[in-house]
Design a protein around this ligand. Structure first.
Ligand SMILES: *Cc1c(COP(=O)(O)O)cnc(C)c1O
Length: 398
């Protein structure tokens, strides 16, 4: 059986994790701090805070911005539940909008959904392709949109407009207008979950790129505390002899990254551009080569003059099929010992969101994209022969 996306665990990772375990320091410490600095340099942002998942990173930043009951946050209907659930956790309302044919949130639909209650937008770089951030960032600064913004606290007053919080769970290493994902929105959150391009088993990172008067260094320090109970000293600082007394400034959260996880991340990031992305690109290119000229298939956009994907999900679409027919094709692919997937089941089709009143009919492009989509396996250890087996299985199944 060809699996869908197993992690690439080799001696380099095992050795670095063992070194972390033997170092005498296993939770947030020197490895996490080093990983944060390397990520910041990689993405071209002043500061990065590592956390234990993208979900907690997104929620932490919504709470930092003071999102709460009565507020609205715009999200795409086509995404994973994490993007919207964090809004629900804050007591605010996720306002879903339809996406474009390229799976990415429609900028026009965002503009139409803005009300005086809107506080933030969460664009999602589905499959690794960055959203149109230039259009999104200029839209939130438009007179008409900015004029509707009603700040309710000091942080919101300082920004003076909607917060653009990028869900970049898929797009570490992607490019847009000569800049990397991480540097494209006010705040960007990456995921290092086991199935993502770069994994720490579980983990996430928050890239800070807010405009003045926000100070990345000061905000980073504040968020270190906010992500660790609101406590004045972290565990490492308290190990200094005599340095036991601490204060708690506010009732914070608990979502810090461990040094054991950061050990994996350091190894992965070190070889990310040289090995991981090129291998994923090779696999993407082989799929595109095989399906591009076959009229039954629609291949995904991976590169334009403006942007380049991080090669996270190969989202193939079948042409002229219903959802049931797509499901049947998938079944026949599985029968040939190949694992495929669907990214994603749109939120309005899931019980939790149906119960909140969202209806699939309101998001026709999202439904059309979903109903014809099949994600093909992409992972470091997938061989050229495996790729040919996947291609043959998909064609035969259809
Ligand atoms: C995986 C994923 C997340 C959540 O990441 P975690 O690190 O598991 O919290 C959020 N958004 C999208 C689009 C994802 O695919």
């Amino acid at each position: 059986m060809i699996p869908f996306s197993p992690p690439h665990i080799d001696d380099a990772i095992v050795n670095e994790v063992v070194a972390a375990l033997r170092s005498g320091w296993i939770t947030t410490g020197p490895r996490t701090k080093q990983f944060e600095q390397k990520l910041a340099a990689y993405c071209g942002v002043p500061r990065v805070l590592c956390v234990n998942s993208a979900s907690s990173g997104l929620e932490l930043m919504l709470r930092w911005f003071g999102i709460g009951p009565g507020d609205e946050v715009i999200v795409p209907a086509y995404t994973y539940t994490a993007t919207a659930e964090v809004v629900v956790h804050c007591g605010a309302k996720p306002v879903m909008v339809d996406v474009d044919e390229d799976f990415l949130i429609s900028v026009d639909n965002i503009r139409k959904a803005v009300t005086s209650r809107t506080k933030a937008v969460i664009p999602v770089d589905i499959a690794g392709l960055p959203c149109d951030y230039e259009a999104i960032m200029s839209m939130v600064k438009e007179e008409a949109v900015r004029g509707m913004f009603e700040p309710r606290n000091e942080v919101q007053r300082q920004l003076g407009r909607l917060l653009v919080l990028s869900d970049a769970a898929h797009s570490l290493g992607a490019w847009y207008h000569g800049r990397r994902a991480g540097a494209l929105a006010d705040i960007t959150v990456f995921s290092f979950h086991a199935v993502k391009n770069l994994t720490t088993a579980e983990g996430g990172a928050i890239c800070l790129a807010l405009p003045a008067p926000f100070d990345a260094e000061a905000l980073y320090k504040q968020l270190c505390t906010f992500s660790l109970h609101g406590q004045s000293k972290d565990a490492l600082a308290k190990t200094q002899v005599g340095n036991w007394r601490y204060d708690v400034y506010e009732c914070g959260y608990k979502c810090n990254m461990t040094d054991v996880a950061a050990a994996m991340g350091l190894v992965e990031l070190e070889r990310y551009d040289a090995l991981i992305l090129p291998r994923r690109k090779q696999i993407f290119d082989a799929y595109t080569q095989a399906f591009r000229n076959d009229p039954r298939f629609q291949v995904p956009t991976c590169e334009t003059t403006e942007k380049k994907t991080s090669y996270h999900v190969y989202a193939l679409r079948l042409k002229g099929v219903t959802e049931a027919e797509r499901d049947a094709v998938m079944q026949r692919i599985f029968e040939q010992e190949v694992s495929v997937n669907v990214h994603f089941i749109p939120l309005p089709l899931l019980t939790a969101y149906k119960n909140l009143g969202y209806r699939m009919e309101d998001y026709p492009v999202t439904y059309d994209n979903f109903s014809r989509e099949i994600s093909l396996p992409v992972y470091y250890d997938l061989t050229a022969e495996d790729v040919q087996q996947v291609i043959a299985a998909v064609k035969k199944a259809f």
